[in-house]
Each structure stands twice: as structure tokens, then as C-alpha cells.
Design a protein around this ligand. Sequence first.
Ligand code: HEM
Length: 489
Amino acid sequence: KSRQYRYPPGPPGLPLVGNLFDVPTDYSWYTFASWAHQYDSKIIHFEVLGRHVMVLNSHKTVQDIFEGRSRIYSDRQQTVMMHELSGWHRNMAVMAYGERWRARRRLFHQHFRQDTVHLYHDKLTKAAHTLLRLLLESPDGFLKHIRHVSGASVLDILYEMEVSPDGDDHMESVEKAVEGFGVLADAGLYLVDLVPALKYLPSWLPGAGFKRKAEAWKLHVDRMYEAAYREVRDSYMLGNPKPCLTSTLLEELGDTFPDSEREEEIISVTGTAVAGSDTTVYAMTVFVFIMLLYPDVQHKAQEELDRVVGRDRLPEIADQDSLPYISAIIKEMLRWRPIGPLAIPHKSVADDWYDGYFIPAGTTVIGNVWAILHDAERYPDPEAFNPERFLTADGALDPRVPDPAEVFGFGRRACPGRHFAQATLFLFVAQMLAVFALEKPVDECGRVVEPTRECSSRLFWYPKPFKARIRPRFDGAEELVRAACAGME
Ligand code: HEM
């Protein structure tokens, strides 16, 4: 290659397959960070089956590329399996960069930006109370309860839909749809993505298993996007609008309602927000996991809660500024175990050069969130879980310490749900810590059971299922929860 067309450094590949066998299927964020070290370059390059991939391993490179050159680096790869066969073409997070995405992004932003999220605080608070009640009643089911309230709160906000913790058809479809998304994203490429003509195979043919799988997922994905929307639309048309975000969006259409393209935008935005709520499940599960590992951190947080809020009421969003240690725990948990260590890959749309290296149009560009949030120069002793790193000596949040914002991605594609997610996490975390002690369980022989430290996904940092002992931490905690739940009815 001429100097002008020199790619960034990376492992040498084989003919045709490139680095197919070098890229690990598990914990690839570690490997990418170690390649950056080995090749002494914060940006690395490799090829898989003729496709170029570039990984950015530092704060500076993601700033330069995703922020500074966002016009080039804000697209997403499109695949037949994800975008054409499984119904995920409606999901903003995987949509190609362009007018269709822009219209949805604008709508999403209007209703989830920092100064709008307060509209959802009441419903989020109700969800937090439900979580506490479920934890009182059956603490062993904490993983299930976290999943329930994370989904239920979003369905309530978007569609005023009530779902039972004991099982609900709509919620089941959402879970199956999102599970399918995880499988698709984990798999990367299917043969049909490389040979698109295969999509025309009849589903019943042996070898067309991928189509049968996609069709089964699509049923749930379509239901997730359409069913709840239709209910709200029907009430709206009958002149009986439900008090929810979807009704507000319909209202905003004014005289243009009904309009199939604008309605399609609403369906896409609301359904994408439902799918996005899965991240809360991951983050809250990581939170419980961390509390089991670091009891001292938990005690400090509870000492802060007792001092600032007391034991006669539950913490509220309005307490957030007075609870810096809780905020520091949330920042540190997102930094220490970022739930998406590689965020969602971007794609470049034009040839480009960076630091003398050539980046061809169509390159998949990954921001290594894990490497950036474990950079010892920005976060000394990065493997230590230490909320204090975000605090000044007198316990206030330290504005000089970089916020782990990279956990929410980069540039124009950065997570538009982050303010909502942060409000949700604050309420769930503060209220759980206010009421409960979270501990490692002991087995029949009295031995402490350690949670597994393995991930259950190749893309998300999400611990494999583990057990926890969750019990009220003071006399009167139970009454506090019951009174709070009664107050919300
Ligand atoms: C702790 C919770 C969350 C984390 C860590 C998180 C993280 C992310 C990341 C890394 C991306 C990709 C950014 C990129 O491509 O550079 C993303 C995209 C997105 N997230 Fe979140 N997210 C969270 C919660 C949520 C919630 C609750 C919602 C919905 C209310 C949401 C909605 C979205 C949407 C719509 C996108 C696609 C943006 C686009 O491609 O334009 N997220 N998120």
C-alpha cells in the first residue's frame, strides 16, 4: 500500500478471511485495548471477510472522530437479517443515518431531553415503589422484579399501560423481541447478510432456518411497536385520550392526523424507547452485583441516606443534589462495568484520513468504551471500584473528574435516553439502598455464595444470574414501603 492509503496498525490477517480468527467472540473490548497497547496506537484496524473495522481506544480519538467529524461517522451498518427480515428497521439505534433517522431523533430528543424528563418523575417514582414492594414480598426474585419495573415504567409512561408482575402478554412480546435483538447483535453477520439473495428462499426449505427464526422474532417485534400504539390511537380517536406520551405525540400532529408517515415516526420512537428500557435492567443488575461485592460502599451510601433523608420517608428525585455519594456510586458503576463496553458501532460514509492513516468509506468504527473508562490517566487505579474518585475531599461531586459519559456513546448517535436513564437509576438505586441491605447469600452449610464474575453476553457487561440476600435494613422499613405504595394509588 502506498503511504497515502496506509491503514491504522493492527494484527496481520490471512488472505480472504482477514482477521476472522483473531477477533475474540468474548470480552473483545479487552483484546482491542491490548492490541492498542501492543501496536502502540490508540486507533487500530483489522479486516473481517473484506470488511474494514477500526477501534478507537482513547477519549481523544473518539472526540476527534465521532464529535469532530460526526458528518462522516454517524451511520450504521445495515444487515438483511436485522433490518429486512426481523422487523428491526423501525429501531432508531440501528437505523441508517439520514432524514428518516433525523426526524425520529428530533422527536425523541424533544420528549426525553434533560428539561423534559421531569414529566416522567411521578411514574418513575411509582415504579420504584413497586420495586420495593416486590422485593419485600419475594426478595429472591430480585432479577425478575428489576426486569418487570424497568419495562412496566416505560410502558406506563409511553402508553399508560398497566402490566402485572405475574405475567403479561405484551411484556412477554417485548422480552422476546429484545432477546432476539441481543441474539442478532451477538451473532454479527448471518450468511444471508453476505449473500442477500438467500432472503428469497422459502422459509420451509431445509437450510432456511434463519428465515424461520427471523419470522418468529418479527411477530414479537411488530407487536412491541404496534399493539400498544394502536390501543392509545383508538382511545384518542374516540375522544378519550390516555394520559401518556403517545397521546401527546398524537396531539402534536394536530390537523395532520392521521398521517401515515408521521404516525410511523411515533410508532418508531415509542417502540424504540420500550426496547431501550432493557438497558435499565442491565444497569440495575450490575448495581446489585456491585453492592454484594462492596459492602463498605453500601454502608456509606446508607449513612448518607440516613443523614440527609432520614428514615421517615423515601428519597426522591429532588434529593439528588444532596446525595452526592449515591450519584458517585452510579457514575462509578457505569464507569467500572459499562453495560455496553463497545457501545453500538458506527459506520463511516466517506473516505477519510486521520493521523496519516486511511479510513475507507463503509468502515465499521467502534468506540472502546471500556478502554476509555479504564484509562489510568483519567481514572487512576481503574480496576478499583471507588465512588470517592468522583468526590472532593469534603464529599461534593468533583467537577474536575471526567464524567463517564462515554457509556452513553458518541457524537450524533449518543444515547438520547440518557437523562431518562439517569433519573431512573437514581430513583431505583436510592430507594433500594434506603430500605434494604443487599448481601451475598449463604448456602445450607453456612458458606458465603460469591456471585459469578462472568458476563452472560458477548456484547453487554451483564453478569450471569446470581443470588442475593435482600432484607429490610431497619425496623419500620416495611411500613415505609407500604405507606409509599398506598400513597401512589
Ligand atoms: C444506563 C442506561 C443506558 C445506557 C448505558 C445506554 C447506552 C447507549 C449507547 C452506548 C448507545 C449507542 C450510542 C452510539 O452509537 O454511539 C445508545 C443509543 C440509544 N439509546 Fe441508550 N442507553 C441507556 C438507556 C437508554 C434508555 C432508557 C433509552 C430510552 C428511553 C435509550 C434510548 C436509546 C436510543 C433511542 C439510542 C439510539 C440513538 C441513535 O442511534 O441515534 N437508552 N444508548
